[in-house]
Design a protein around this ligand. Sequence first.
Ligand code: ZN
Length: 199
Amino acid sequence: MEYYSSEISKLIEAFASLPGIGRKSAQRLAFHVLNMPSERVDELAEILVNARKNIRYCKTCFTLTDTDTCPICANPARDHKTIMVVETVRDLAAYEKTGKYNGVYHVLHGAISPMLGIGPNDIKLKELMVRLQNEDIDEVIIATNSSLEGETTAMYISKLIKPTGIKVSRIASGVPVGGDLEYIDEITLLRALEGRTEI
Ligand code: ZN
């Protein structure tokens, strides 16, 4: 790193601190930015700052949005009585990409993991229960990953919901164990959804 002046090193470090960016890529990105017209750099910086400032959780489903209520929750054509529970915003996007799911979502922002010290209070689970109390819901589809954490979370949620009498189902385990939902093809996702079973 001593080959570079401190400003350049700082820029490389900043890129290298991002997930999936190794040293080589970080250097490439840094030099790319340094060669960009300065207006383009201003624009890029502004996009980053504005996105961070304006994007927040949907007050209903907790996905990321730049409005109080996300476009899915605000859409009257969606079936608001069916809630699919997913771990991340990327999982939601994977199901949306299939274009075949017409219900709404609830994003947990994680999964219960005793090993990592992540408990029920560390994910948006209370918020789900409040929703179930205040809204008229027919079915909750649990679409957490089929990892140990995902399964633990699914069991926990189903135990919580069971006494309310609301139907709880779990997507079929056609989804590879430990597989991140976002990397699974649409057909597998649809099959998992259609083959869901009541738990
Ligand atoms: Zn929403």
